[in-house]
Design a binder for this molecule. Structure first.
Ligand code: ADP
Ligand code: MG
Length: 211
């Protein structure tokens, strides 16, 4: 199996970020998901907490990004503000080698006004919680028409928290030709249902699962 990041067809800048961070060997879920993701496939990836799922989708989103246009191209949904900011930190770290990539965190529990001004200034990637993203869409303060990469992170947790309606409403605003990827620590029946609802013949890959 393809186990080293250096064997992946990743852009040079991302290879540089990976070396700088000291990542050389892929975790099992990365080794299974990344070749499919870089081929543009929809992917459902299940692996236990701590298995490196964030890096897998972050690389897939950044690989495809065009920083010359000021359009949101990647949308990453996470269940909580804390998880969203952790993801945003990791994406920003990887994006440092690419010129001028703007990553915004848009979460609930924070005043909406400053978020609206940040969005007006433009961003390439938005990481947020479903409720607040939905709110911006309803207000017309978030344009997702250019999103080519849609990530549902910690999907099982988002379902448990009752975000299904918000996720459904958000998906309506996205292009049907986008790539969708779903990451989850567990793979209950409702995740399978979510996958058939939002994805085009997804590849299902599993790393190490919860004991
Ligand atoms: P998950 O989302 O699957 O729970 P994370 O993406 O948060 O896991 O990753 C857990 C930790 O593993 C992070 O500190 C991350 O930097 C580290 N990590 C990810 N991929 C690798 C890798 N290929 N080699 C070494 N460490 C890694
Ligand atoms: Mg995670």
């Amino acid at each position: 199996m393809n186990l080293q990041f250096s064997q992946l067809p990743l852009r040079q800048e991302l290879q540089a970020s990976l070396s700088k961070a000291g990542f050389s060997k892929m975790t099992p879920i990365q080794a299974q998901a990344l070749p499919e993701l870089l081929n543009g496939k929809d992917v459902v990836a299940q692996a236990k907490t701590g298995s490196g799922k964030t890096l897998a989708f972050s690389l897939a989103v950044l690989q495809a990004l065009d920083s010359s246009t000021q359009q949101i191209q990647g949308l990453i949904l996470a269940p909580t503000r804390e998880l969203a900011s952790q993801v945003a930190d990791e994406v920003r770290k990887l994006a440092k080698s690419l010129a001028n990539i703007k990553v915004l965190t848009i979460c609930g529990g924070e005043p909406i006004g400053p978020q609206i001004s940040s969005l007006e200034h433009g961003a390439h990637i938005v990481v947020g919680t479903p409720g607040r993203i939905e709110e911006h869409l309803f207000k017309g303060t978030l344009d997702l028409t250019g999103v080519s990469h849609f990530v549902l992170d910690e999907a099982d947790q988002m379902l448990e928290m009752g975000f299904i309606d918000a996720i459904e409403n958000i998906a309506v605003y996205l292009s049907p030709t986008r790539q969708t990827m779903m990451f989850s620590a567990t793979y209950p029946k409702d995740i399978e249902k979510l996958a058939t609802q939002f994805m085009h013949s997804p590849e299902v890959v599993k790393g190490e699962t919860e004991a």
